[in-house]
Design a protein. Structure first.
Length: 107
C-alpha cells in the first residue's frame, strides 16, 4: 500500500567495520537506509534495485553521482572519501524507484 510504513530488519555480521550488529528501523517507502552514519570513506546502502545515486550538499549543489548495482548478498557502496566534511542528501533513483536519505561525512 503506497505511503504505508515498512519495517526493515537488517543483520550485519561484521561489526568490526563500524556497522551495527542489528539495525531495526521503521521506514516509509522512500527512506534510504545508509550506514555507517557518520561516514569517513564509504557508505553502504540498502537498495531495492540498481540505482543512480546522487549526493547533494546543503547548498543544493550536486557533488557526486554514482551508479550502484545489486550484486548477490553484498550491499552496494557509495564512495564519500573525497567529499568535504558536512551533511549531504542522498537520492537513489532507478526504474520506477526513488528513495532519499541524509549522511554526515567526517574525516
Amino acid at each position: 500500500m503506497p505511503g504505508s510504513p515498512q519495517t526493515y530488519y537488517v543483520r550485519v555480521s561484521q561489526t568490526d567495520q563500524g556497522l551495527p550488529s542489528i539495525l531495526n528501523s521503521t521506514q516509509d517507502n522512500h527512506s534510504l537506509v545508509l550506514f555507517p552514519n557518520p561516514a569517513t570513506n564509504k557508505v553502504l546502502l540498502m537498495l531495492k534495485k540498481d540505482a543512480r545515486v546522487s549526493v547533494i550538499d546543503m547548498n543544493g549543489r550536486l557533488v557526486a553521482v554514482q551508479h550502484l548495482e545489486i550484486s548477490g548478498s553484498t550491499l552496494p557502496e557509495l564512495d564519500v572519501s573525497k567529499l568535504p566534511v558536512g551533511v549531504y542528501s542522498v537520492i537513489a533513483e532507478g526504474e520506477a524507484y526513488f528513495s532519499h536519505g541524509k549522511i554526515t561525512v567526517v574525516h
